[in-house]
Design a binder for this molecule. Structure first.
Ligand code: BGC
Length: 454
């Protein structure tokens, strides 16, 4: 198979996606036992919130520093560095002997997540042939969802022994596998060209395309690069501005439509919906994770056939509809018992719609729409917006429920979903089947984003 090698490359770097999912998901179960060992957390709820959100704070830091490093030292090297931090953070947090070290350790794990979250899609995107780039980049999202399910299962399995240290420490295994495997992976040919290493770029392209016929692609990359002036200042150039608006808006929409309230608080929501036992709520949560994986697989199948825009529009319509429905269900508390099932169905469908659209499409689009010279930096800014919004939602969800009630909160997310739908319809480009250089050329023409792909 011609694309065998590139699929392997995408899967290997996708292990960092698995760590992203695992390390963000694992804390929901681990925190129960961390509280038992450190009763201080019960006295100071603020400290508990800090343990939970430390990863998000770290991810913001990782996203800030990762961009220029990925442009300077290359995508592959930065994934290797992230793998080392992942492994160190996992071992460190599992051996910690006080709460402050635990928090610092989680921030460090977060730094690796923040870096890997955008450098892996960037790396895969730059290696992929245009025809299957959507599927390959979204393998990273698939791994994120698999990581989340594994974290739920591990939490569940280790509950009888209260094994929070194992829960956190087990992440070292995939991190070490990632580290070793990445050493054998090639550098991104586009980054090599940008770095002036033409011969290496040529041999890498021959290796990953499995053909000697790579001159056109190489020429296209270097011609496109020659046309870009001004390096980093380019980022604030009016021609790139539309791409920045697309990226930052989708980053915020991906979080502010509430996905992580479900990923982080699913058992709580299922309890609202009338699921009596904790075991039932946990089981339902695992089911949510599996639906997330399955629909991401559907997206991987469709992205390069149907296109990014259509899936995003479909996904956002479904998510908004399901959020409205959840609001209605919670509006009728007296009927809650009968409606509990309906709430569960809405919640699970909401996750399915996320997985088919906003989940994979956001990370995919931002790996495609920026010019090579500033790609790392631009993605890092957008990724900061994503993790920043994630943190805000994580810190405000329970307060919002207190202030606005469940119905109000879900309807608020629904309003954001509808705004995202309008924004996508009017502004988001279609990148299916285009080379990254064709996409750059589009911005140089000063055209509206939506005209791309028409
Ligand atoms: C988002 C994460 C989310 C995950 C759920 C990712 O695309 O960035 O915040 O937890 O999807 O599958």
């Amino acid at each position: 198979m011609k694309n065998f090698f590139i699929v392997i490359v995408a899967m290997v770097s996708g292990i960092s996606g698995m760590l992203f999912g695992y390390d963000t998901g694992v804390i929901s179960g681990a925190i129960l036992f961390i509280k038992q060992e450190y009763p201080l957390l019960l006295l100071l709820p603020f400290l508990q919130e800090l343990v939970i959100s430390a990863v998000l704070i770290g991810a913001i830091i990782g996203a800030i520093i990762g961009g220029s490093l990925a442009d300077r030292y290359g995508r592959r090297k930065m994934i290797i560095i992230a793998a080392i931090i992942f492994a160190g953070g996992a071992i460190g947090t599992s051996l910690t002997f006080n709460i402050i070290f635990l928090i610092i350790g989680r921030v460090i794990v977060g730094i690796a997540i923040g870096m890997a979250s955008f450098i892996a899609p960037l790396y895969i995107s730059e290696m992929s042939p245009p025809r299957i780039r959507g599927s390959l980049v979204s393998l990273n999202q698939l791994f994120i969802t698999i990581g989340i399910v594994i974290s739920y299962l591990v939490d569940y399995a280790l509950t009888p022994i209260s094994g929070w240290r194992y829960m956190l420490g087990l992440a070292a295994i995939p991190a070490i596998i990632l580290l070793i495997a990445m050493i054998f992976m090639p550098s991104s040919p586009r980054w090599l060209v940008n770095n002036g290493e033409m011969e290496k770029a040529r041999s890498t392209l021959i290796e990953i395309r499995r053909t000697n016929d790579i001159n056109n692609e190489l020429n296209e990359i270097s011609t496109s690069l020659d046309k870009q002036k001004g390096g980093r200042k380019n980022l604030f150039n009016p021609l790139i501005r539309p791409a920045m608006i697309v990226g930052i808006s989708l980053a915020i929409f991906q979080q502010v439509t509430g996905i992580n309230t479900v990923i982080y608080y699913a058992p709580t929501i299922f309890e609202f919906a009338g699921f009596q036992s904790a075991a039932a709520a946990i089981f339902a949560t695992i089911f949510v994770g599996i639906v997330n994986v399955l629909f991401t697989l559907v997206a991987i199948f469709l992205l390069d056939r149907v296109g990014r825009r259509k899936l995003l529009l479909l996904g956002l319509t479904g998510m908004s509809g399901m959020l409205i429905m959840l609001g209605i269900v919670f509006f009728l508390p007296s009927l809650l018992n009968q409606l509990g099932t309906l709430a569960a169905i809405s919640l699970i469908s909401y996750v399915g719609f996320f997985a088919i659209g906003l989940g994979p499409v956001f990370w995919l689009l931002i790996s495609e729409i920026y010019p090579l010279k500033v790609r790392g930096l631009a993605m890092s800014i957008v990724t900061v917006a994503n993790w920043g919004s994630n943190l805000i939602i994580a810190l405000t969800f329970l307060t919002l429920i207190q202030l606005m009630g469940r119905t109000g909160t879900f309807w608020l997310y629904a309003v954001v979903g509808i705004l995202a739908l309008i924004f996508t319809y009017t502004y988001v480009p279609e990148t299916k089947g285009r080379t990254l250089e064709e996409i750059e050329e589009h911005w140089r023409g000063g055209k509206h984003p939506r005209e791309l792909g028409r």
